[in-house]
Design a binder for this molecule. Sequence first.
Ligand SMILES: [Fe+2]
Length: 176
Amino acid sequence: MTKVKEWPFGITPDNYPEFMGRSSEHTTRKGKDMAGYFQGTPEPEKVIYEVYEAETTGHICMALTILKPGKVGKEYHMTKGHYHEDQEAGEIYVCLKGKGIIIMQTKDGLNGEIELEPGAVASIPPKWAHRTVNVGKKDFVMLAIYPATSGHDYGSIEKSGFLKRVIEEKGKPRIF
Ligand SMILES: [Fe+2]
């Protein structure tokens, strides 16, 4: 008999730490891992965000991102952001906690953003790079759902950066 890993599982804004315990991969991005991404220099040991990925089963992956509140200079904490290696793969984000903005762009120079608050669902179409920014004062927690074959292309963003940045101005987030 095939051994089935313990799943299915419902995720809510209150029980998401259980998902962290069940995930098969855990990545922590500290300031030193994000040198060159911010306009300023982040403190090397400061945790910017964590990602917990569920084991790939079938065609869909799930990843939980916890983006810590804070700024580097005036720039809000953000993820590295990426294109998908499979340019035909889109993604769905579900916001569980906090206040965030997804910054998106295409290689043709289109750009856009979606604001996220708890309960909001965002659709990221194929070919759009995506980065999440925490513009709130608490953890920003979101679930990403994407095809298991999508892959992550971080290199293109590392080279080109994003067209827009989210900066605090007069106490509020502004996109430049
Ligand atoms: Fe993605």
